[in-house]
Design a protein around this ligand. Structure first.
Ligand code: SIN
Ligand code: FE2
Length: 200
């Protein structure tokens, strides 16, 4: 398992074995059964191309009311617990005693992308964000703390994990595109990204 740092982003190449990826996917299927993926809209009413749900005490949601952490799924139920196997990844890579209270789950179908943004709805930026990729390859763009700065891109593959802490915690990042069908993990294709955050 190689580990390299690009613009402060700590990239753990193939952190998860194929068995671990399959086990994680099974755990996520349970989560999505209780908390179905939704088609979110931005505060201005634009439909996002990713589908979204969450696990943990809080989920990050977006709708006409704005971006925020919410204690319930839009359907009115508490979010399911974050699978222990997911928390183990956080513990191993961050070494922190504090555990995340939000695991955002983004599903990228064919043509889905995520514009450059900062993760900044959390109460404190002292905690890292850990991002886990499953399924199809995604072209991940990384910049600095200012919009419009220089960026670098890498293809994230199934099983790669990125730690965004320190200088990269408030760095701009996004996914330009995915290579739909590039992975055999999910029979119908697509990419899943989990981001673990300490929201409160
Ligand atoms: C995100 O920043 O919320 C998603 C990043 C990714 O999909 O790799
Ligand atoms: Fe993000």
């Amino acid at each position: 398992m190689a580990h390299l740092t690009v613009a402060g982003f700590e990239i753990h190449d193939t952190y998860l074995t194929s068995d671990a990826q399959r086990a994680l996917l099974d755990a996520l299927r349970e989560v999505v059964r209780a908390a179905p993926l939704v088609d979110p809209v931005t505060p201005s009413g634009k439909k996002m191309s990713v589908r979204m749900t969450a696990a943990g005490q809080y989920g990050w949601i977006t709708d006409r009311q704005g971006y925020r952490y919410a204690p319930q799924h839009p359907q009115g139920t508490p979010w399911p617990a974050i699978p222990e196997s997911v928390l183990d990844i956080w513990r191993d890579l961050t070494g922190l005693a504090r555990i995340p209270d939000c695991c955002l789950i983004n599903y990228y179908g064919e043509g889905a992308r995520m514009g450059l943004h900062q993760d900044k709805d959390e109460a404190s930026y002292d905690w890292p964000v850990v991002s886990i990729s499953l399924g199809d390859d995604g072209l991940f763009r990384m910049g600095g703390p200012q919009r419009g700065g220089k960026t670098q891109s890498i293809w994230l593959k199934s099983g790669d994990v990125v730690v965004m802490g320190g200088a990269a915690r408030l760095a701009y990042h996004g996914v330009d595109r995915i290579r739909f069908g590039s992975s055999t993990l999910m029979p119908k294709g697509g990419r899943i990204n989990l981001t673990l955050r300490v929201a409160t």
